[in-house]
Structures are given as structure tokens and as C-alpha cells.
Design a binder for this molecule. Structure first.
Ligand code: BMA
Length: 337
């Protein structure tokens, strides 16, 4: 029988894993103590380049337990952050009742066709978390499109352009009835507001896998020569609680409904104390990454333990080298068979 090809992130000495991501020595780069106003925690930031600077849109949780979004801007993306001295985007439950208990986990996509940034976020409604969208040109004023996916649904990102004439949204609904498991879905739209043609894109595996039972996308898909690079989380339930770790996948450039590769192993997980201890222990949760096309460097911004913001860097060619050696998904173990 042919030997099954398995790619491992094992270093040359075969004793330790080779790490694809390098944590910034300044971590955590932003905490509630850096905030200009009182906050319980700052985490899960979206990231983009705006006016040549790194702009993070952080989730800020107050002591009621409700979240809003506030921007922090820096020249080098590591230090000297200028943080808005009041919320940048606040829940508006009077006009948007789905935002009753806050807005969370934004993801930013620059949409050339519109000349605007799309911010996709979780609106915490009375009926549960759902996906909402807003457009902005300047991160000062926002035009809300309202809710785009009903509860329970979160972890949504928009592709930067139409493909075959349609907008694509990746998201993670949790159906009331399903085989056990919360999978990553993809949907299509002609106007960004009404979505259909829903289908599963990446399934949660089963059994002992690190990404069994619950997965969700983290950062917007990154367009590369080999395909759309996807960073997603898997949630492992243990006797001590959940562990949030990250894996990679690659989607076909022309037809992103096709998964070309998927890592068997997780590539980034909680290790440092600020990732292991906090309001929710053992969580790394990026909502944005920034790709410097000139150098290939990727800056991944992530929430650590639902408490603070940290940075890890990698290179797009290292990620592609790795993912191209990963198996093509055979949907064994999957409801996609
Ligand atoms: C997920 C999201 C994230 C959070 C993570 C760990 O479901 O709600 O905002 O960081 O859980 O608590």
C-alpha cells in the first residue's frame, strides 16, 4: 500500500517543530492599560493599511460585558499607537436592534470596486450572534448594511472582489440541528446584502483532531499566485476547557469553492503566558493580517486569551511552501463526501 504523505512542521533535528510564525518580542503590543478610556479587555483586532499606516480595529469589551470597536494606528505596526479616545464604531441598538449586546470580532477588506473598506463583524443580538456589515472610506463614518446572516453565525470575511460576477462571504453558522460540528460555509451575493447559494467550504473534522467539531475563518483570504490562503481556527475541547489554535488552507484562485490544500496540523497555538492566561484561557484569535507585497512579510494581529492584542510575523513564501506540501483534502471523515 502506498505510504500516505503527511507534512509535519518538524525541524531538521526531528526533535522540535519548526515554527512558521514568530512572535514579536514586544508582545502583548496593546492591552487595556494602553487604552485612553476604561476598558476591561482589548482583543481580536481587524487590520489593514490606511493612509500608509497600520490600522487596527480592536474589539473593546467594557465592564457590562458589551463590546464596541476602536481604532489604533501606528507607523510601524508595532509601537507608538494612536488610539481613538472614544469608540470608533459603537453598537447602535436603537436603529440596529441586532447590536443590542455589542459588536465583536471585525474583519476588514479593502474593496477596490467600491473604493471602500468593508467591515464585517458579529452583532450580538437577542436571538444570538449574527453577521453584520458596514462600509467606510475613512474609519470615521460608517454606512451600515445591517445584518447579513441570521443567528447563530459569526467568523465572517468578505473576498476583496467579485468572482464570476458574485461577491463571496465566508462565515460559520451553527445550525440547531446538524451532525455534531460547526463548519465553515461560503455564500454568494450580487449586492453584498442578500446572500444565497450557501454551501460548506471547510468542515470541522471529527474525533481526535485539533480542529474537531468547531472551525471558523480568522483573517480575510489572502490572494497569492497559488490560490487564496486561508487562516482558520479549530477548537479542541479538553477536560480543562477549549484550546483555540490556527491552521491553513488554500482555495482555488478562480473557483474559491474548491479547497486545494488543508493542513493536517495546527500552525500556531497558545504557548506564551499572555495567550494561556486571561479572561478566556488558551486562545489565539487573529482577525487581521497585513501582507507587505515588497518583502512578502505578513503581520498577523491576534487577540490573546480574550484579553490583549499580540503580533506574530511570517512570510507568504514560507506559508505557501508549507501549504503546498499539505494533503489535498479527500473529505474522508467529512460530511462533504
Ligand atoms: C469565539 C469568538 C471569539 C473569542 C473566542 C474565544 O467564539 O467569540 O471572539 O475570542 O470565542 O473565547
Amino acid at each position: 500500500m502506498a505510504k500516505k504523505f503527511v507534512t509535519r512542521l518538524v525541524g531538521p533535528d526531528k526533535q522540535s517543530y519548526r515554527e512558521l510564525f514568530k512572535r514579536a518580542s514586544e508582545n502583548p503590543i496593546l492591552t487595556a492599560k494602553n487604552w485612553p478610556y476604561a476598558a476591561n479587555s482589548v482583543f481580536n483586532p481587524a487590520a489593514t493599511i490606511y493612509n500608509g499606516k497600520v490600522l487596527l480595529l480592536a474589539r473593546v469589551e467594557d465592564r457590562r460585558g458589551f463590546s464596541h470597536l476602536t481604532k489604533a494606528v501606528s507607523d510601524d505596526g508595532v509601537s507608538n499607537w494612536f488610539i481613538d479616545d472614544m469608540p470608533t464604531l459603537e453598537p447602535d441598538p436603537e436603529n440596529y436592534p441586532e447590536e443590542k449586546w455589542g459588536i465583536e470580532d471585525p474583519r476588514i477588506t479593502w474593496v477596490e470596486e467600491l473604493g471602500k473598506y468593508a467591515v464585517v463583524y458579529t452583532a450580538f443580538s437577542e436571538g444570538g450572534p449574527m453577521v453584520a456589515m458596514a462600509l467606510t472610506e475613512d474609519f470615521e463614518t460608517f454606512e451600515r448594511l445591517g445584518p447579513v446572516m441570521p443567528p447563530e453565525d459569526k467568523d465572517a470575511v468578505l473576498f476583496p472582489k467579485r468572482i464570476n460576477g458574485k461577491w463571496l462571504l465566508i462565515h460559520r453558522p451553527i445550525p440547531a440541528y446538524s451532525e455534531p460540528g460547526a463548519h465553515i460555509w461560503i455564500s454568494m451575493s450580487e449586492d453584498l446584502k442578500f446572500w444565497g447559494e450557501h454551501q460548506i467550504l471547510i468542515n470541522a473534522r471529527k474525533g481526535g483532531w485539533w480542529d474537531a467539531n468547531k472551525v471558523g475563518i480568522n483573517t480575510p483570504p489572502l490572494e497569492t499566485d497559488e490560490g487564496w490562503l486561508i487562516l482558520y481556527h479549530g477548537v479542541r475541547q479538553t477536560a480543562a476547557g477549549a484550546i483555540y489554535r490556527l491552521g491553513l488552507a488554500l482555495l482555488d484562485l478562480e473557483n474559491p469553492l474548491k479547497v486545494l490544500r488543508r493542513s493536517d496540523e495546527w500552525v500556531f497555538g497558545p504557548q506564551e503566558i499572555y495567550e494561556r492566561e486571561g479572561d478566556v484561557h488558551d486562545v489565539v484569535f487573529p482577525c487581521g493580517w497585513i501582507h507587505d507585497k515588497a518583502t512578502g512579510e505578513i503581520k498577523m494581529y491576534y487577540g490573546a486569551a480574550d484579553t490583549c492584542i499580540a503580533l506574530a510575523t511570517t512570510n507568504v513564501s514560507d506559508l505557501l511552501d508549507y501549504i503546498m506540501k499539505c494533503p489535498e483534502p479527500n473529505h474522508e471523515n467529512s460530511i462533504l463526501k
